[in-house]
Design a protein around this ligand. Structure first.
Ligand code: PHE
Ligand code: ZN
Length: 846
């Protein structure tokens, strides 16, 4: 049972645990409704910890027996754990508890998914398995015995003995309980192997449900590439004899880095050309890498407490983005990351859920696995690297691994490594970890006697106490003919207002500012459309070239919405040049062709003091797309034909870029031919990228009926593909149908709402259909709130995460605000609401 009155936990209250644990012995006797967990732990007093009562976390456990040094005791039990008197020196503590994995719908602790046992312990799930000091700074080696009839029984570390009905595992690396994992079931494996840089042979396995074996090859390839990359780039070698990955259908998040036994949401590991899109392949490659990289940044060096979450997550996201850049195109990856940051982190940082990269308090830690901790956390590391330089970064990382291997660390430890190895004072830089909000950076320019001066000013809206941040601002200068006259230079801004001069110039240059999006800020710069078009045509920095286009697109849509103007001819002419330029990467051209989403436009208008009208934004993007299609009708078909791939499917950057551009062009063509080309592509498709892309166009055109039925017929037995079927209809349909369609889908026999992937397929997509979710009469809000109320009883964590779709509620008009507020209040008033959702709704309304 959840605590009725949620407690707030503060960073400043940290105290070390009073004991150390050398070794943990666990025995699991598996049974769906009555699993027994026996634990034997040796506790030694921690010399420098303050005096404290002996307390072990434990939730939803039935205590069968407890003993100290072999003598039975009767501890005091509460909903949070167990307390008892203990000897002064060292002692052995034993418990036996009973738990019911089959009744666990929260998917935290030990639970069952399709008859298979699996665990999820991060952040605080281990306490639902046994009594334990469930905190990341308590690190111990684990020896685990699993008893059960399941043919496959896995845990962390290296395999030990096994026999009839049991398997033993030993993990020699001390770890916190959140990295514990156990999996048991009827699984089949896709094997592989890797020889490490010192010549050690590692057995690799991807474990899946029978029938999914043909979807493992890509995951294995990605794993091997990740292992090789981490050796080459960070000098990090794998440290066990085996590395196991398991695919699970019911999972709250993407994947989990348990030591030697990563558990994946099946959507983040299973792939085949027929069932997965190019985007799926890229995402799987990145997530496999992310979880693998955690072995060093997260597992070998872990977090002292959960406030330090960004220590492992920001760094690991940064590392996986470097990996993807190396495997694919760095420019395309960077643009994609910035699109994502603006779509997910900016609204968080600029709304009621705003919190620092290192939060200072929380009620439910699960609510802080956020875009701010992860993605802004990674941006902060990118800035640090930009400021100190690549070599100094590499040296600092070597020192980090040397100094802190085997420890549970803090952001202070992380920054000290950079201070000590570079001699740089990072006191001011540290504000990136403590100050919430997105800084705005404005810039003015001056030209005199061959000297060009840029003057920057920074402020963070909504954050009265914000002190100036350290901003690395990458700037290059272009001459009047488009040549680069000053290559990229990183300006280091530390003051509220600061000028930087470039001298010896023959003519007034055009500046390209914040190249590569060198700091996560909002750049405010009053530039003419013609200067943006100039950058769009000439900038040597791919990111800023894309950004110039994005600015023009936003300005065009804004004018269409607020002034009722026609689409901007000059911009469309300049864009056409880029899109038709075959010397450019097709993936980049596809990104140029994509318009800002309606949610991005709402954010943009709101920042400019305009209340966004979702219906008007939808109408404007439709009419802009129609105008593009009409204007470019002469060449769309030919260029699309040139994107055809005549080779066996390959998910790499080359082919997927062509398919991305082809897909964007098909969407425009569909506006001219009513869906004929899309139907033909759908009928002939032999991979999911082409099939789903075509289906999306048909849904948009409103001519999807037969294709949808055929798709369902073809893929009825494939859960992951059926998730796409559910999602697409809601996401791509006209706004007036979105809520109705979502509602109808909840009555579909395959709508298994307790499965997080399926729930998100319908409701995550509803939230993404901007004008549909924000339907004037509040249908979208009401439907979602109804289902959140229902899901909360089963799965608080997924429910709480989905509450964030309401985080922008204050941006909209009074009528919509009132409707959203009413739904949030209805949620808040629900008797027995979980701690997770209570905290989210309170913050959203606060
Ligand atoms: N630590 C996981 C990751 O970043 C995410 C996660 C958090 C998974 C909590 C499950 C629960 O890879
Ligand atoms: Zn992670």
């Amino acid at each position: 049972m959840k605590d009725a009155s949620p407690q707030t936990i503060y960073l400043e209250d940290y105290t070390p645990f009073g004991w150390r644990i050398a070794e943990v012995h666990l025995t699991f006797r598996l049974a769906p409704h009555a699993t027994r967990v026996l634990s034997r732990i040796r506790f030694d007093p921690a010399p420098d910890a303050p005096e404290q009562d002996f307390f072990l976390h434990g939730e939803d456990l039935t205590l069968i027996r407890a003993a100290i040094d072999g003598a039975e005791i009767t501890p005091a039990l509460s909903p949070q754990g167990l307390r008892c008197a203990v000897p002064d020196g060292s002692f052995t503590f034993e418990t036996e508890v009973e738990i019911a994995p089959a009744a666990n719908t929260a998917l935290e602790g030990l639970y069952m998914s399709n008859g298979m046992y699996c665990t999820q312990c991060e952040a605080e799930g281990f306490r639902k398995i046994t009594y334990y000091p469930d905190r990341p700074d308590v690190m111990a080696t684990f020896t685990v015995r699993i008893e059960g009839t399941e043919p496959v029984k896995l845990s962390n570390g290296n395999p030990g003995g096994s026999g009839n009905g049991y398997a033993e595992w030993h993990d020699p690396w001390p770890k916190p309980a959140y990295l514990f994992a156990l999996v048991a079931g009827d699984l089949v494996n896709h094997p592989g192997s890797f020889t490490t840089m010192s010549g050690k042979e590692v057995a690799l396995n991807i474990w899946v449900r029978p029938g999914d074996e043909n979807k493992c090859a890509w995951g294995m390839e990605s794993l091997i590439a990740s292992m090789r990359w981490d050796e080459k780039v960070y000098g990090r070698e794998y440290d066990l004899d085996v590395f196991n990955i398991v695919a699970v259908d019911d999972f709250n998040m993407g994947a989990m880095e348990n030591k030697g036994l990563n558990v994946f949401n099946s959507s983040c590991v299973l792939a085949s050309p027929e069932t997965s899109t190019d985007a799926n392949f890229e995402r799987i490659e990145a997530i496999i890498a992310h979880e693998y990289f955690h072995n060093w940044t997260g597992n070998r060096i872990t977090c002292r407490d959960w406030f330090q979450l960004c220590l492992k997550e920001g760094l690991t996201v940064y590392r996986d983005s470097q990996f993807t850049s190396d495997m694919r195109s760095p420019e395309v990856k960077r643009i994609g990351d910035v699109i994502d940051l603006r779509a997910r982190q900016f609204p968080e940082d600029q709304g009621p859920l705003s919190h620092p990269v290192r939060p200072e308090s929380f009620q439910e830690i699960n609510n802080f696995y956020t875009a701010t901790v992860y993605e802004k956390g990674a941006e902060v590391i990118g800035m640090l690297k930009r400021l100190v330089g690549d070599d100094a970064y590499a040296k600092a990382l070597d020192l980090y691994f040397d100094r802190h291997d085997g420890q549970a660390c803090t952001i202070e430890d992380w920054l000290a490594v950079f201070q000590d190895s570079t001699g740089r004072d990072l006191t001011q830089f540290k504000r990136w970890y403590s100050q919430p909000g997105t800084p705005h950076l404005s810039v003015t320019e001056d030209w005199q006697d061959g000297t060009f001066t840029l003057t920057f000013a920074q402020h963070t809206p909504g954050q009265q106490d914000a002190q100036p941040q350290v901003l690395p601002i990458a700037v290059g200068l272009l001459g009047p003919n488009g040549d680069e006259v000053a290559p990229t230079r990183v300006l280091e801004m530390t003051e509220t207002r600061q000028s930087f001069a470039f001298d010896g110039l023959g003519a007034r240059p055009v500046p390209s500012i914040l190249r590569g999006f060198s700091a996560p800020v909002v750049l405010e710069r009053a530039t003419s459309a013609s200067e943006k078009s100039f950058l769009l045509a000439h900038d040597t920095d791919a990111f800023n070239r894309w950004e110039a286009n994005r600015d023009l697109a936003r300005a065009c849509l804004e004018a269409m919405v607020t002034e009722g103007t026609e689409p901007d001819d000059a911009w469309l002419g300049a864009l056409e040049q880029v899109v038709r330029d075959d010397t450019l990467d097709p993936a980049f051209r596809a990104l140029m062709l994509a318009l800002p989403t309606q949610a991005e436009m709402a954010q943009h208008l709101h920042a400019n003091g305009v209340t966004p009208d979702p219906d008007a934004l939808y109408a404007a993007s439709e009419s802009l797309r129609n105008a593009m299609a009409a204007r470019w009708s002469g060449w769309l078909g030919d260029l699309r034909a040139a994107c055809t791939v005549d080779a066996p499917y390959d998910p790499g950057a080359g082919q997927s870029g062509k398919r991305a551009l082809g897909g964007a062009l098909l969407a425009l063509l569909t506006r001219l031919d009513g869906g004929a080309a899309a139907q033909a592509q759908f009928d002939a498709a032999d991979n999911m990228t082409l099939q789903l892309g075509a289906l999306g166009c048909l849904v948009q055109a409103g001519t999807e009926h037969a294709a949808l039925a055929r798709f369902a017929e073809q893929w009825r037995g494939d859960r992951l593909v059926m998730d796409k079927w559910f999602a697409l209809q809601v996401a791509a349909t006209a706004p007036e149908n979105a809520a109705t369609r979502a509602e109808a889908l909840t009555r579909h026999p395959d709508f298994d709402w307790k499965n997080p992937n399926r729930f998100r397929a319908v409701f995550g997509s509803l939230a993404m259909n901007h004008a549909g979710f924000h339907a004037r009469d509040g249908r979208g809000y009401r439907l979602l709130a109804d289902w959140l109320i229902r899901l909360d009883e089963k799965n608080p964590q997924t429910t709480a995460r989905m509450c964030s779709v309401f985080q922008t509620w204050r941006r909209y008009d009074n009528a919509r605000q009132a409707l959203m507020k009413a739904e949030l209040e209805r949620l808040a008033a629900k008797p027995g609401l979980s701690r997770d959702v209570t905290e989210m709704v309170t913050r959203l309304l606060g």
